[in-house]
Every structure is written in structure tokens, then in C-alpha cells.
Ligand binder design. Structure first.
Ligand code: ATP
Length: 759
């Protein structure tokens, strides 16, 4: 830590010029930001107060309000932690670095605070004594709200003998302070201390698929989130329109990471689990592992295609249609021809129905025409084309014809198709798989059902003839309305400017710059939801970039869903195969990716563990090495000197756990008790003020979780209960969640791998 204290006076009690100097800068910065905020609030207020204005002005007003509101949200989100660093260049220039960029109110709009994502800020993260990148000094500025509390300087130009009294010889005091600080139950950003290996990943180009792999605590999640913020900054035009999607393993995890992007001033991101990616469906039930594994298998795509085909039925043996005192017999042979012709079009089922309807109507028309129009003498047909058309039209009015078509080529929804299939899967999958996935037709949806629904939606498509007709009608009404607006605008112009020639007028009115078609289009665009909000409601949305955390957990069917949302294949996938728990998870990155991008994807590794001290990491690594002797754990960046311990519970497991919890609960910070789900009720009964359940409140001091829920999270202290009941990867996850202390309580035997490593 620096040798200077927490206010503008040094330890000697004399004023500290450096601190004072930085405080002056920060005061000036906030003064500017306060003005900016005031101006922005006022302009939003003015715009909203305008009331009923002509359409063109309203459109401009809405754009302004949206932009300014975004700016306000960013200003408010970063308030109190605006500036965190400074770089001094050998040229004598200095730049302050912050969460967003701020410019002075001068004619040049001189930058006074550089956004951490700007290229100018990059040396702050990358410069070393070996490669100083033209820096003499890097300064970390620690603030408490608007007050500067500490400075840490690293000298990067070894020939520079000037000293400030705030030198940090190791250069990692700020990082270690961040790693040792008490956890809050919410992940915080790492923008002040991004390490060079992380920075290179954060700023990698957005095109193509980037896989980021690393052990527990290597900052994969932190890097993924900062990458989202970086991409939104660097490719703002594109990504503000198309939005960024971040996929996480469960809602508790999304809650845990949910504050990081707003703290970086970014809100245009959709955070979702795979179970939330089918609009209108909420996955509330949980599958048994075997069922999830079957539903996630790649061949389910073919299985569902076969289910759809099986709904395209044949009469058994005939359907009799009464028409005009005639009976028309639709037999299997005739329908099969119509069905084959329809299938040849290779369209989704519901879209193809229009063709099937046509073929059946034609078949029936031919049948009837032959029956009533054939000349008994020479066998020729006496009907002319208008008679044939009339017959066809009459048939199209007959409800029996439509009931036959509905029976043979029914309109299907993804929900009905998948629910019916799951209620009766025999014949489509092997018997033992069918037994694993069968459930009542009214059963609640699970996360593993969502990729099946999405697949079904693709196979079925939408018969949007009615919607299209309505939209056409609506559009014609809008164009007519827009034309009316333009006419009114033209008429009012002649009133207002009657003393001026049209050419002389400096005031442009709507009719000068826009025609009715375009104006109607603008009206359609008049959708105030952000891109992320619109994306959340649209199954077919193509995201600008997709980030997947814990990517190793996703099934092949879930990958199909995600790839549909990313036609440009602009993706960042982060994960750790050693932490794979889901039976449906995929074995290797190339297995996941080759069907979509062959071998055109990049692979980066993170090797330093920032979370888990070496004493705890050694224990966790031992567990994996017991199964995989060559396993290489990530290197812990710090050690605490505190060894993990293990304690036998005797015959009172809940009592021993309660005692251990009392010992391990940090004065500040959070404790997780990680225990098999079946023990939760008995343990919760003995733990005061504990939070548990599907979505526990992670900000509470003591949280009770099962190992799957603990994935991706971290706590100051962790108590692992009954480790012998976990699978290897679940145990590895559980053991690597603590930043400070780890205890283990067990009944019976302690697994061999844990015996030697604990006290
Ligand atoms: N450069 C950094 N500066 C400060 N803290 C960091 C840095 N990198 C990572 N951390 C911290 O390390 C902890 C672990 O990070 P993170 O959760 O992103 O790791 P992970 O690789 O996703 O872990 P896991 O696979 O176990 O979920 C977090 O508290 C994060 O804030």
C-alpha cells in the first residue's frame, strides 16, 4: 500500500500536494459533469413538455429524448467512481482515465477524461517497465465518492528519478486490495485493474468466434462483461441497433453479474438464460439429468423433423366429403401425391400449408369436374375454364373441405408440437429415452424444452397470410394518414409564410423533406423500446454479438438455438471444461463449433486465478488430479497463509454445520454453505437468517446453495458440506468459490483427495 493516508494530508500531517492536485482535478471534473447532467436533464424536460407537435418534430424529439436519457443513465451510473487512473507520458502529456469520456466546455471540446476503452487509455493496462509504451508513470487513483483517498504510482521509465511519495514498488497494491475486499453478493467491475492478458481478450475484434478458456477465478466472467462494454463502445453504431446478448447458466448468476455493465455506463445488453430465449415461455420446471441429456442431444433436431412429418397425415383409408349432393372420396393415394408435391417446396410446415390447400382443392376440383362435365358420348370434358374456377371457388366455401385439410395438414404451434411429442415420445426415440422424457401434456416447461421449442418454431414457420393482409391494410391506412399530415403541413405553411416565396423560406417543413411512404415508415419505426428490449420479445432477432458464460454447460440443441440468434457468428464463448456438470454439456470446443464455423474460431487462455488463494486452490486441484493426473490448475495470484480445514460431523451434521458457520461468517462480507439439495431443509432449520431456494438473495450474509447453484459465484468464506456426495466437477466448483477461507464438514469418510490437503 502507499505510504500516504486517506485524506489530503500525508502521514506527517502536512498537506500532500499530489493528493491535493488530484482532488482539484476531480472537483473540476465533477463540476463539469454536474453542468452536463443539468443541461441534459433540462433538454429532456423541455422536449417532453412540447406536447402535441407535428409528426416530424415528434420523431426528432423522441430521438433526442432517447439519446439524452441514455447519456443521463450513464452519467448517473458512473457517478462517484468516474475517474480511477492517470497516465503520464514521456512527452509531458498526462491523461486521466475514467469509466466514461468527458470533454471540456471549450471550442475544441478538449477531452478531460478519457474513456477506458479508448485507444489512448490502452497503455494504462498494458505498459510494463519492459515495454513502457511511452509512459513515465501509471497512477491508480482511489476515491470514496468524490473524495480522493489514495494514490498508487508505478514508475515505468527507470531513468526517471522524480518521486511523488506514492510509489507502489510491486505495482499490485490496488489489485490485491480489490481481491481482498469483502464481497457484497454482487459482482463489481474490474476496470481499474484489468490485467494485460485480460485486456487483449477484451479488445479482440468483434468478428468471428472467440473462445476464452480458463480455470476458476481467472476472470472469465469479468472479461466477458468488460468485452461487452468495449464492443458497445467500439462498434456503437452496429451494436446499439442489433444489441448484445449475454447468456448465463441461471437467474441467480445473472442477478450476481447484473450490476457490472450499468457501472460501466452500458445498458444496451440483454442478459438471459437459455430458458428465457423463447418469448412467451417461462421455464419453471426442472428436468432430471437423464431427461435433460436426451432433450439436449443433437439428433433431437431430426427427431422433431420426423414428428412434424408425422403430423402430415394420410386418410385411413378415405375421407368422404359431401359436396352439392355429391360425395367426394379423398383417398390415401391422392393425398400422398398432394403431400409429396407440397414437401418438394421444402418450406416450413405452416408456410407450406398454403400449397397443400391448393393441391387438395385442385384434386377435388378435377374429381368433381370429371364427374359432372364428362361427355357421356366421347369422354371429353364439356366444362369451360370459368366453370372449373366456379367449382373450385364453391369447394373452397365448403367447411368439410377445410376440415379434411385441417386433419391432413394441421396448423401447428411449437408449444403444441413439443408438448404432444413429450407426452407420447414412443416410436421417435429409443424406449429408454422415451421413458426418461415422457411427461403429461400439461407439464410445465423446463430449460431443456426451450431449444426444442425453438427448433419446432423453425420447422413449423408461421403461416402469416392473415397477419400480412392485416399489415397491408394497416400500412395503407398509415400512408393515407401520413399524406393527410403532409397536406395539412403544406396548407399551414402557406398561412405562416405567405409573405415569403417558398424558395426563400429558411424553414423546412415536413413536406419538403419527406414523402408519405417514408413518413409512414418512420411512424412504424416509432418504437420506443431499446434494441435489447425489442430483441427480448422477438424469437428471430439477430444479435450483433453474443457472449456465452459457462459455455461448456450448453447442450448441442441449445447451441443450435444460439447460432440462429447469431447469423454473423460474432460470438465470445467463455468456459472451463473442468467445471462441466451438465450431462448434456459438450465435450470439446471443436465438437461444439465445427458444425457452424468449422475450424475458424480463435482460442485464448487465462492462466491466473484472481479469486482463490493458493492454499484453497491446492486442495481443489488435488480433487481433479485424483481423476486426471495431468491436470494443470490456474496459478493463484495470492496466498493468505490460512489453510482450509475439514471437520467430522459425528452424529449431528446440522449442529456441526451451524457451529462452523458461526466461526466462518466474516465480520464483513458473505458466506456460502454449499450442500447437497436433500440436506437443505435440515440445515436451514439450524441456520439463523439464512437464504436458500431457487433464487436465493446473494446479498444476504449467509447463503445456502447446492453445488450447481454455486457455479460462477464467489464468497469471502465457503463451507462445503458432505463432499463425498458430489461428482468431481461439482466438488471442484464448490471448493473454488472462496476468496478467503474454506471449511469442510463431513459425515462418515472424507474423500481421499481432501484428506492430505486439509487440517
Ligand atoms: N483484473 C482483475 N482485477 C480485479 N479483480 C479481478 C481481476 N480479474 C478477476 N478479478 C476478480 O476475480 C474474481 C473471479 O473472476 P470471475 O468470476 O470473472 O472468474 P471466472 O473465471 O469466471 O471464474 P469461474 O469459472 O470460477 O466462475 C472476481 O471477483 C473478479 O472480480
Amino acid at each position: 500500500m502507499s505510504n500516504r493516508g486517506a485524506n489530503a494530508e500525508g502521514t506527517t500531517g502536512f498537506p500532500d500536494d499530489e493528493l491535493l492536485h488530484e482532488q482539484e482535478f476531480i472537483d473540476g471534473l465533477y463540476a463539469r459533469v454536474d453542468v452536463l447532467r443539468g443541461d441534459t436533464e433540462a433538454s429532456v424536460g423541455d422536449a417532453l413538455a412540447q406536447g402535441n407537435t407535428p409528426m416530424q418534430a415528434r420523431l426528432e424529439r423522441d430521438v433526442l429524448v432517447a439519446e439524452r436519457s441514455g447519456l443521463l443513465a450513464a452519467l448517473n451510473a458512473v457517478d462517484g467512481s468516474l475517474c480511477f487512473g492517470r497516465i503520464d507520458l514521456t512527452s509531458g502529456v498526462t491523461h486521466h482515465i475514467g469509466r466514461i469520456g468527458v470533454r471540456a466546455d471549450d471550442t475544441e471540446h478538449t477531452p478531460i477524461l478519457i474513456d477506458w476503452r479508448a485507444p489512448v487509455a490502452r497503455p494504462f493496462y498494458l505498459a510494463t517497465g519492459h515495454t513502457p509504451m511511452d509512459l513515465r508513470r501509471r497512477r491508480h487513483i482511489t476515491t470514496d465518492g468524490r473524495r480522493v483517498t489514495d494514490l498508487h504510482d508505478e514508475i515505468l521509465d527507470l531513468g526517471d528519478h522524480e518521486r511523488t511519495g506514492h510509489e507502489d514498488p510491486t505495482g499490485d497494491a490496488v489489485l490485491l486490495a480489490a481481491l481482498n475486499s469483502a464481497r457484497t453478493g454482487r459482482m463489481s467491475d474490474i476496470v481499474q485493474t484489468i490485467q494485460a492478458e485480460q485486456d487483449r481478450i477484451i479488445r479482440a475484434p468483434h468478428k468471428g468466434v472467440l473462445v476464452v478458456e480458463g480455470g476458476p477465478g481467472t476472470g472469465k466472467t469479468a472479461v466477458a462483461l468488460h468485452r461487452a462494454a468495449y464492443l458497445l463502445y467500439e462498434y456503437r453504431e452496429l451494436l446499439a441497433k442489433r444489441a448484445v446478448l449475454i447468456v448465463g447458466p441461471n437467474p441467480a448468476f445473472l442477478g450476481y453479474i447484473g450490476e457490472v455493465l450499468p457501472s460501466l455506463g452500458e445498458t444496451g445488453v440483454l442478459l438471459a438464460t437459455v430458458g428465457e430465449l423463447f418469448p412467451g415461455v417461462r421455464a419453471t420446471a426442472t428436468d432430471a439429468p437423464r431427461a435433460a441429456a436426451v432433450k439436449g442431444r443433437a439428433d433431437m433436431a431430426e427427431v422433431l423433423a420426423a414428428v412434424v412429418q408425422s403430423r402430415q397425415a394420410l386418410p385411413d383409408p378415405v375421407i368422404a366429403i359431401e359436396h352439392d349432393r355429391d360425395v367426394l372420396m379423398l383417398d390415401a393415394g391422392l393425398v400422398q401425391v398432394a403431400r409429396e408435391r407440397t414437401r418438394e417446396a421444402q418450406l416450413p410446415h405452416n408456410v407450406a400449408r398454403e400449397y397443400f390447400e391448393g393441391h387438395i382443392l385442385n384434386t377435388l376440383t378435377d374429381m368433381l369436374a370429371e364427374r359432372i362435365g364428362t361427355d357421356p358420348f366421347d369422354g371429353s370434358n364439356l366444362l369451360d375454364p370459368s366453370d372449373i374456377t366456379q367449382i373450385r371457388d364453391d369447394l373452397a366455401e365448403n367447411p368439410e373441405v377445410w376440415s379434411a385439410i385441417d386433419q391432413l395438414w394441421p396448423r401447428l404451434t411449437p408449444q403444441s408440437l413439443v408438448a404432444d411429442f413429450l407426452a407420447d415420445p414412443e416410436g421417435y426415440v429409443p424406449d429408454e429415452d422415451a421413458a426418461a422424457i415422457r411427461r403429461p401434456v400439461t407439464g410445465a416447461w423446463t430449460t431443456a424444452d426451450v431449444p426444442l421449442l425453438d427448433e419446432a418454431a423453425e420447422l413449423l414457420g408461421e403461416d402469416d397470410r392473415v397477419a400480412r393482409a392485416l399489415a397491408d391494410q394497416e400500412r395503407r391506412a398509415q400512408v393515407a394518414y401520413a399524406q393527410g399530415v403532409l397536406d395539412v403541413s403544406y396548407a399551414s405553411r402557406t398561412y405562416e409564410f405567405e409573405d415569403k416565396d417558398e424558395e426563400d423560406s429558411e424553414v423546412l417543413s415536413a413536406h419538403n423533406i419527406i414523402d408519405a411512404e417514408r413518413m409512414a415508415e418512420r411512424h412504424e419505426e416509432d418504437d420506443h423500446r431499446s434494441a435489447a428490449e425489442r430483441a427480448a420479445a422477438d424469437r428471430t432477432w439477430a444479435f450483433g454479438h453474443i457472449i456465452v458464460d459457462e459455455a461448456q454447460e450448453l447442450s448441442p440443441m441449445a447451441w443450435r438455438l444460439l447460432m440462429r440468434r447469431s447469423p454473423t457468428r460474432s460470438m465470445t464463448l467463455v468456459g472451463d471444461p473442468a467445471q462441466t456438470a451438465e450431462a448434456a454439456g459438450v465435450g470439446s470446443w471443436s465438437e461444439i463449433l465445427s458444425p457452424y464455423v468449422e475450424d475458424r474460431w480463435e482460442h485464448k487462455r487465462l492462466a491466473v486465478n484472481y479469486r482463490t488463494p493458493s492454499e484453497i486452490m491446492d486442495v481443489a486441484a488435488g480433487v481433479l488430479r485424483a481423476r486426471h493426473p495431468d491436470f494443470e490448475p490456474p496459478r493463484s495470484v495470492r496466498s493468505t497463509g490460512v489453510r482450509p480445514w475439514a471437520r467430522a460431523a459425528g452424529d449431528d451434521l446440522p449442529g456441526t454445520v451451524a457451529k462452523a458457520v458461526a466461526e466462518l461468517t466474516p465480520a464483513e462480507g458473505r458466506l456460502a454453505v454449499i450442500a447437497p439439495r436433500e440436506l437443505h431443509t435440515s440445515l436451514a432449520a439450524r441456520l439463523e437468517d439464512v437464504t436458500a431456494g431457487e433464487e436465493p438473495d446473494l446479498t444476504r450474509t449467509v447463503v445456502l446453495l447446492d453445488p450447481r447453484q454455486a457455479k460462477g459465484l464467489e464468497f469471502d468464506s465457503v463451507l462445503v458440506v458432505e463432499p463425498a456426495r458430489y461428482g468431481t466437477s461439482d466438488l471442484y466448483v464448490a471448493l473454488t468459490r472462496a476468496t478467503q477461507a474454506l471449511g469442510i464438514v463431513y459425515e462418515g469418510e472424507l474423500p481421499q483427495a481432501l484428506r492430505a490437503a486439509t487440517v
